[in-house]
Ligand binder design. Sequence first.
Ligand code: CUA
Length: 364
Amino acid sequence: MENRDPVVHLDRGFWIVTAVIAVLAVIAAWYCGTYDLARILPEAAHPADQVDALTTFMLASGAALFVVVIGYLLYFCIAYRRRKSDAPDAIGVQIHDNHALELWWTVIPAIFVVVMAFFSVKVWYGIEIAQPTNGIAVESIGHQWYYTFRYPNVHGEIPDAMHLEENVPVTLHVTSTDVIHSFWVPTMRIKADMVPGLINTLHFTPTVPGTYKIICTEFCGTLHSQMEKQTVVVEDHAHFIAWYNGWVNKTKNLSDALPTAGSGAIALTGGDAAAGQTLFSTKCSACHKVAPFDQKVVGPGLAGLLSDPNHPNLVNGSKATPEDIAGILQHGYKGDMGTMPDQTANALSDKDVANLVAFLKNQK
Ligand code: CUA
């Protein structure tokens, strides 16, 4: 038998199919390329427009490529299927070394990848590297399982929503105190890992006033799915300044040092149990039930702390006295039972701590 490659003639069917595929590919690319992604998820910040343009470009190219690949796949499956008249051991036509074809299927994807890389790096540079000339610098710190923020001249970490101003560029530095978290604001198309010992930076400019979700997208423990916070973009400069000055004043006596053992013991006289109950339901109930010690949510059940003679010692090993309970609320706890934020991170005033202790004392 002669060792010669067979010559394959593409028939009329092939060219008809090619024309149909070309038309469908153009339609698919046009549909995806003109689809407004903001209809699915609003754009609330400056990189969002660029990120969406990049996504649209990739969607349109991907849609066209999908139609071409699947179109020919289906056509060849049907046109070159095994016929009844074929011998049982017949094999398909063996084709190799088509230099023109190989050149095109290398050059076209290579050009596409270079164009995509160029666009991606440009958007990435704007978000992560480029320094805006003015604006505000904010820091966010991830904790299990909440976010805190630091602003210039605001002492300590504040647990409030992240407030920003419309059209004022933001330089945001993110990090973490415990495990890897993530800082993601879908409507602003910004996202960065919060890594202990590492500071990641994002640059963006809020463009639409509103309240948007910050979501943790890195599995970080039991309450990962509940780790959410809000960012509030205000239109009015005076409104922002009022909020900002409020925190400057509230924190002016606080230290910038990360929360550690605070100053003196908190005075517990005059604690209001009813106020403590309200605080408990907003600040504590995500992790604690008023139930026996072993009814754990994230932390242990807190009923009978003082009244139950069989109640074990507190998690820090001290015995349960009102002063020791106040001590844990003040300084937080980190150990084999988990992590409890301290007074600053929970935004509890000394009075709040006294009220909570008054409430807990009464729980049988
Ligand atoms: Cu923090 Cu997931």
